[in-house]
Design a protein around this ligand. Structure first.
Ligand SMILES: Cc1cc2nc3c(=O)[nH]c(=O)nc-3n(C[C@H](O)[C@H](O)[C@H](O)COP(=O)(O)OP(=O)(O)OC[C@H]3O[C@@H](n4cnc5c(N)ncnc54)[C@H](O)[C@@H]3O)c2cc1C
Length: 378
């Protein structure tokens, strides 16, 4: 077991793995601590939607980070195919947002107009020309040609292999806390003893608030970063032939992701259920009801399976990426519904900041410490 490293990363979800690869490629020695296997939690369950404009019509910051990150995914897919021979399923399928009344998408379209986002407004008949399987009830739609998708389980496998090739060490252990001496990070407490590290990155997803020492001293329990909470999501996997839709379809509060080979992912619930990792009848009912309202032909699709995990939510819906409360402490968490999308840009921005390069101005709004300032001001 490694007992020291330049940098120790807590959590081998997509965020931890992406940062590990970035840092290893910058020549740092990196150990990733994971209590299970890489991608064991949200990162493998996710639908793999890379659709910043669908997700953030009215948040210019997240839309801009998401757009950059979506394009970095395209480059990642190429590199990973070359390096480890795995096709991660990156496809620029485009997205179709649909509405069931004629004015339903006007506000969304106005945001796109104002920000110069490539899009096309369609009426119901036009929408059914491009996607014949969507419901006859659909009255209006917006087509976003640049949105894309990836297959998270393949991406996690490819990325963890690329990490190993780049010299990253994965250690299976439960992290009990961040160690600090004289006001500076010195490593981690693992279940079987200490690990010395000059710098620590906490990328523990929904469990970030349970890692003692990841927040400012005196906040939360044992100085935890208390702003991250689990938001449960359930989804359904199906298979249908012949092909129903080719684009990512969003409507009625749900989505349908076509993998292109007959597989479909229908999602997802958004539930405040603590860490209760259960697939519920009500959850599956809601997911299916919303998917069938938009693509009725899915009713005869084969049920392949279901999945559940936790999105790391934050009070303002934006991630926590950047310097933590002590020198040597870095946080990369709270990516909520967009951790797959935002992993490449998170790794790039954090890697640059950790190397002492000038911060991207967008990082300031993601500061993990922004809520401390708020709490002190009130
Ligand atoms: C149903 C669903 C659908 C989603 N769909 C999408 C989508 O289409 N597109 C998108 O961009 N995002 C999507 N998301 C969100 C995305 O999955 C998350 O934002 C992202 O996976 C978070 O990655 P992470 O690495 O921070 O967390 P995780 O993948 O949860 O990884 C955290 C890791 O840390 C480990 N860990 C935690 N605590 C400790 C500890 N003390 N010691 C050791 N290890 C520890 C865990 O075992 C885990 O492996 C979806 C989420 C859900 C639930």
């Amino acid at each position: 077991v490694a007992d020291r490293a330049d940098i120790a990363i807590v959590g081998a979800g997509l965020i931890g793995c992406a940062i590990a690869l970035e840092l290893a490629e910058r020549g740092r020695s990196v150990v990733v601590l994971e209590r299970s296997v890489p991608g064991a939690e949200a990162s493998t369950v996710a639908a793999g939607i890379l659709a910043p404009q669908v997700e953030h019509p009215d948040d210019a910051l997240l839309a801009s980070l998401g757009e950059d990150s979506r394009e970095l995914h395209a480059a990642w897919a190429e590199r990973l195919r070359e390096r480890v021979g795995i096709d991660v399923g990156f496809r620029r399928t485009g997205a179709l947002v649909v509405g069931h009344s004629s004015g339903a998408l006007d506000a969304r379209a106005a945001h796109y107009e104002a920000r110069g986002v490539a899009h096309e407004k369609l009426d119901g008949a036009e929408a059914r020309t491009v996607e014949p399987a969507i419901s006859p009830q659909v009255q209006t739609a917006i087509s976003l040609p640049n949105e894309a998708q990836v297959e998270p389980p393949r991406l996690l496998r490819a990325l963890s292999l690329a990490c190993e090739l780049a010299g990253v060490r994965f250690v299976r252990s439960v992290v009990r806390g961040v160690r600090a001496e004289a006001g500076r990070v010195t490593g981690l407490d693992l279940e079987d003893g200490p690990l010395a590290a000059a710098e620590v990155v906490v990328a523990a997803g929904s469990w970030t608030s349970l890692v003692p020492g990841a927040g400012a001293a005196g906040r939360g329990r044992d100085g935890t970063l208390r702003e991250v909470r689990p938001v449960r999501g359930q989804l359904v996997h199906a298979e249908a032939h012949p092909r129903l839709v080719t684009r990512l379809i969003f409507g009625s509060g749900g989505y349908v992701v076509p993998r292109g080979d007959g597989r479909y992912v229908c999602g997802a619930t958004t539930e405040e259920a603590g860490f209760e990792k259960e697939v519920t009848l009500g959850g599956i009912h809601q997911v299916l009801e919303r998917a069938l309202v938009v693509v009725p032909g899915l009713a005869s699709a084969k049920l392949v399976g279901h999945a559940v995990s936790f999105r790391p939510g934050t009070p303002d819906g934006r991630p926590l990426v950047g310097r933590g409360a002590l020198p040597g402490l870095w946080i990369a968490s709270g990516h909520y519904r967009n951790g797959i999308l935002l992993a490449p840009i998170t790794a790039k921005l954090l890697g640059a900041a950790m190397a002492g390069e000038a911060d991207d101005p967008r990082l300031e709004a993601l500061s993990p410490r922004r809520f401390e300032a708020l709490a002190e001001a009130t």
